[in-house]
Write a protein that binds this ligand. Structure first.
Ligand code: GLN
Length: 527
């Protein structure tokens, strides 16, 4: 097994995840089987309870594990489907060590970070590798070298380096190369962070320098000299027009050649699939504007997969998608609103804040026949909007927000019993059945699909017939018809809602059908 470890220095947010994902893409493009693992040194067991304001989007894997958004980059770039095993957190490692200790598995020893915690980390990584049929394992260590939380993980990596053969182990360090006021590329922060790595016994094999501009030859030579890596292993990662350009940038830098020769792997002809997709993206001339009406719009990373899925839909539809972020609370309390966009998307969310503004945006889309896509909470609010303004139940609401006679969105009885707020979300891949002769069926072209879920509330079965009488169609369902999964309003050109999150399965080379339909409709194309 070949290991590529990716660490980061100087500061967070340098794009370590994109770097790791891009390395993965280069390798799978040549036909190598790659398995990625993300290490998040926080103490949370998973990202389920984390606030998207702080952390960006919570991504959901097929087995329902809620993870950091970097796992989304891996799935999109590398084309694999991951599970909770591919995300290691301090919380998971300690939980497992403590469980073993309670069971007496340490035979009376004092349980310590070295060797017990580090052993647990190494065996977790090796277990994931064994269970896969991969040839290369890519491990990204979250955080920045020097962070106290990351130390046990870096120590485990250091031990692995000794235990594995030298040609099976490659350490890539991602750092920042800032520009000074005269525009000169400064290498000192890189030197310092490599020094930090060395102090814990790790020497990078390659350095990826993040910079606003392409690294100059002189800068590369300096980094090579001071950090003791060959000059061809100093890789420029300048700001890119689009993240999908990064694998091609690495190829330009001959990073693939260096990685292969270090790991003793043969060079193979790349498939060209990624390149073709990027070419298409670059050549898009026409544009559409999609308004995303949400509540974390200041932190655009909280809707990262939606932004990506819109882009994928655009590649397929033949247009560039501009996103107009609209803070839903700002729409509240106004008699008339106006949204200047070709399509309106209401994403998922939790809690009451901003919900009324989103309902206003949905009403605006429905009444003005503007293409609409509602996702999860956006789907639920479309049901509420319809109940209030088409059926005429003014008090219609979700029991997440209010107690009302017309709780059109409600917990199912079994869920009510176990859950008032706690952890009983419906998570991960679930089979959805799509009815014949519907827009959804046309988009997917299939009767059964698997889509990812993350929610608690459902369309209340009590009211379904009344909705259908008024022209709303529930075109997709799950659980033998007990749960509504897709809605559409055939009066309009494109008005679709999904209880699931199609954005999590969208890939740049295989876009999500609802997103393709939505962007096409916004672009004025027939579907
Ligand atoms: N808050 C809603 C629920 O729990 C919607 C969740 C979401 O949009 N992810 O059902």
């Amino acid at each position: 097994m070949k290991y590529i470890m990716v660490t980061g220095g100087v500061m967070s947010g340098l794009g370590k995840g994109i770097t790791a994902a891009s390395i993965g893409r280069l390798l799978v493009d040549m036909g190598y089987k790659v398995i990625p693992i993300k290490i998040d040194p926080y103490i949370n067991i998973d990202a389920g309870t984390m606030n998207p304001f702080q952390h960006g989007e919570v991504y959901v894997l097929k087995d329902g594990t809620e993870v950091d958004l970097d796992l989304g980059h891996y799935e999109r770039f590398i084309g694999v489907e991951l599970t909770g095993n591919h995300n290691i957190t301090t919380g998971k490692i300690y939980r497992s060590v403590i469980e073993k200790e309670r069971k007496g598995e340490y035979l009376g020893q004092t349980v310590q970070i070295i060797p017990h915690v580090t052993d647990e980390i190494k065996s977790w990584i090796r277990r994931v590798v064994e269970e896969s049929d991969a040839e290369i394992c890519l491990v990204e260590i979250g955080g920045t070298v020097g962070d106290i939380e990351g130390m046990p993980f870096l120590e485990a990596i250091r031990q692995m380096k000794i235990e594995e053969k030298p040609e099976d182990f490659l350490l890539v360090h991602v750092t920042l190369v800032p520009l000074d006021s005269s525009g000169e590329q400064k290498t000192k922060p890189t030197q310092h962070s490599v020094k930090e790595l060395r102090s814990i016994g790790l020497q990078p094999d390659a350095i990826v320098g993040r910079c606003a501009r392409k690294l100059e030859e002189g800068t590369k030579r300096k980094i090579s000299l001071f950090c003791d890596v060959p000059v061809e292993a100093v890789i420029s990662a300048e700001d890119a027009e689009d993240i999908y350009e990064v694998p091609l940038m690495f190829r330009r830098e001959k990073f693939d050649d260096y990685i292969l020769s270090k790991l003793g792997l043969e060079k193979r002809e790349p498939s060209g699939e990624w390149e073709k997709m990027v070419e298409k993206l670059r050549s898009l001339e026409e544009e559409v504007t999609i308004a995303v009406v949400g509540k974390y719009t200041d932190v655009q990373d909280s809707y990262l997969s939606i932004r990506e899925a819109l882009k994928h839909g655009g590649i397929e539809a033949g247009c560039r998608v501009n996103v107009l972020w609209i803070e839903s609370e700002g729409l509240e309390g106004k008699d008339e609103i106006e949204i200047d966009a070709d399509g309106i998307l209401v994403p998922g969310g939790f809690g009451k804040r901003g919900a009324e503004g989103k309902i206003k945006a949905i009403e605006y889309a429905r009444e003005n026949d503007i293409p609409f896509l509602g996702i999860c909470l956006g789907f639920q609010l479309a049901v509420i909007e319809f109940a209030r303004h088409v059926i005429g139940w003014e008090d219609a609401n979700s029991s997440e927000f209010a107690k009302t006679k017309h709780a059109v969105i409600d917990l199912l009885p079994e869920q009510k019993e176990v859950d008032e707020l706690g952890g009983t979300m419906r998570l991960g891949d679930i089979e959805v059945t799509i009815k014949d002769n519907t827009m959804a069926r046309r988009l997917y072209g299939r009767e059964k699909v698997y889509e990812r879920h993350r929610h608690r509330y459902e369309v209340n079965p009590e009211f379904i017939s009344e909705f259908e009488k008024h022209g709303l169609v529930f075109s997709g369902y799950s659980d033998g018809g007990r749960r509504m999964e897709i809605l559409e309003y055939p009066e309009n050109r494109f008005f679709i809602g999904t209880q699931f999150h199609p954005e999590f399965k969208s890939r740049p080379y295989s876009p999500s059908p609802p997103f393709v339909g939505f962007v096409k409709a916004a672009f004025g194309l027939e579907i």
